[in-house]
Design a protein around this ligand. Structure first.
Ligand code: ZN
Length: 279
């Protein structure tokens, strides 16, 4: 299956020539017309299905089809067969582009809902015509949809991987070290700080692995690998309950496959297992 092509736009068409694709949310769950395939509703307006929207916003085009995000009251009854699906469950059933666009839709809706009034002077904000932004007509304060970068690092030592677990995770699940970027930090600084704070370990040079937008609520996870460079493994006991070195062919329980952490860990483990013989 080839990935669909998404073109971000913020000015809606004057009128719809064909049905649009709707990314409609009740709280953070997305409305699908078939839970198995997570197919989205396609119509010129949700009113066609008797659904009233609280607010809606134009997203652009996906494979030549106009796309809208819409917020629906949590209590609103749904047409027969429709389901409000958790976004993580939806991600596991659709292509990466549609998953990312669903996350974008939810983040834009939440940002619009939370920026009805100027946070500086309290005046009602207005959508700007030239870009995806909301501006205050009184004091000109402008708000853009926020993105919060976070880093993830998989530390390796020979053919071993450093994995840690948080107490709130399901029993047996481990993942790579991760944390949010603080103001003024380079990504390298965040990685060094998080590995030092959370597990007492120093790391060498970073190698970029990949990134993933994660709309809970609006992060962008940037994943790296790095070799162990010193320090005794010492979980902080606050964020990290337990941390250990795992052989590349004896991994513990891992995060679900929709997350970049799973892809990072399994890709690196397979590479180490192939390159470095077991002692
Ligand atoms: Zn203002």
């Amino acid at each position: 299956m080839s990935e669909p092509i998404y073109i971000p736009l913020h000015i809606p068409p004057e009128r719809l020539e064909q049905p649009a694709l709707w990314f409609a949310f009740q709280r953070s769950s997305i409305l699908v017309i078939d839970p198995a395939s997570a197919a989205l509703p396609q119509c010129t307006g949700l009113a066609e299905h008797g659904i009233e929207t609280r607010r809606s916003t134009y997203l652009g085009m996906l494979d030549g089809r106009h796309c809208y995000a819409a917020e629906i009251d949590e209590q609103h009854p749904l047409p027969s067969g429709w389901t409000a699906l958790g976004l993580r469950e939806m991600f596991a059933r659709v292509d990466g582009t549609t998953a990312a666009l669903s996350g974008r839709a939810l983040q834009i809706l939440n940002w619009e809902r939370d920026h009805q009034f100027c946070s500086r002077c309290g005046t009602p904000m207005r959508a700007r015509g030239d870009e995806r932004a909301r501006a205050c007509p009184a004091c000109r304060f402008t708000s853009y949809p926020p993105v919060s970068p976070a880093v993830m690092v998989l530390v390796t030592r020979g053919r071993e991987l450093l994995l840690a677990r948080k107490s709130e995770w399901v029993p047996g699940r481990y993942s790579a070290i991760a944390g949010f970027v603080e103001p003024g930090e380079m990504l390298e600084d965040t990685v060094a700080r998080e590995t030092r704070e959370e597990v007492g370990v120093e790391v060498g040079e970073l190698r970029y692995f990949g990134s993933q937008p994660w709309p809970f609520p609006h992060s962008l996870m940037v994943a790296f690998t790095a070799e162990y460079a010193g320090g005794d493994l010492r979980p902080d006991g606050v964020e990290i309950e337990e941390a250990a070195w795992f052989d590349a062919e004896a991994l513990p329980g891992l995060p679900p496959s929709v997350s970049i952490s799973r892809r990072l860990i399994t890709t690196v483990a397979a590479d180490l297992a192939r390159r470095i013989p077991r002692r």
